[in-house]
Design a protein around this ligand. Sequence first.
Ligand code: TPP
Length: 364
Amino acid sequence: MRDLAYGLVRVLDDSGVAVGPWAPKLDLAVLKRGLRVMMMTRVYDDCMFRAQRQGKTSFYMKCTGEEAVATAAAFALDDSDMLFPSYRQQALLLARNWPMLDMMNQIYSNAGDRLKGRQLPVCYSSKAAGFFSISANLATQFPQAVGWAMASAISGDTRIAAAWIGEGATAEGDFHHALTFAATYRAPVILNIVNNQWAISSFQGIAGGDEAPFAARGIGYGLPSLRIDGNDFLAVYAATQWAAERARSNLGATLIEHFTYRREAHSTSDDPSRYRAADEKDKWPLGDPIERLKQHLIGRGSWTEAEHAVLQEAIEREVKALQREAEAIGTLHTGEKPGRATMFEDVYKDEDWRMRKQRQLFGY
Ligand SMILES: Cc1ncc(C[n+]2csc(CCOP(=O)(O)OP(=O)(O)O)c2C)c(N)n1
């Protein structure tokens, strides 16, 4: 196992052919659905980014170039498995067919936002989709996922958990606490490190990636650890499927480092031209996940450039129509907003005396 933490598991070669022992036997239909979800995610990201620039929301974060990490994992997991994402796995929701309109309402903090504007845009939450509330405090989702997985095992459930963390956030104590508990209690959990090379303006070497791959950190905890090509839909699928089988067979947790690249800014509040070369993204050697899966399908004779262009146009039309629908409900500065008094609701199941005092202080 040790070598797998230091190497790079790949399936798609540079010409888009699936090779090697990790190549998963996947239906073409699954690959095409995966391609569609990745394309939808990219179009959704572009629309929401523009909406922020137009002042319709305060904040947005794209996952451009990293779409395979979340999409392929969602397809390899069962729909009832529990997801503990960071803010860059919006594709998980789309892969689980969660309505994009609901996600847009959250970005706009409008009257359709189930979270009533209380969460930072992009911090989605959906119990129905098995998608744990995203926390803007980095790394909290890691121990939470391990705890959830331990509870699942203790109660005899077959569901497993999966969590995602950025390579920068592995510097948080929560990352290490999660690995300790995962290893000690053999928690049925998949722990994903998304190494997209940058933590805002800090390159991955500052988080320790130059000393050893992030995957190698799992070895010290006795966890099977893989370092994989995160821009390869088939490699992400295969590694997740392998880890899920281990977890479901009571063999415990797996650590997976997804080697990928953040093509765009950290968020709408960031300007990467201040800290990295403008052409760096074009020099990234592992390519683009959408382009690579497209080439694979074309190579197998089951997809064409023309079909791809038609699908791209259809997705753009669909996303724009949903955007219009969301904006008709409201945006950051338009439409109805929840009353201020609602900030005291839903905090505790039964109102705490301190909460009551604060509410009364504000005259509600
Ligand atoms: C506990 C905590 N510390 C700092 C921050 C500020 N912060 C937000 S995102 C970020 C960088 C995270 O980088 P990484 O973990 O590599 O994930 P990426 O954004 O690249 O996906 C920082 C420092 C925070 N939100 N929470």
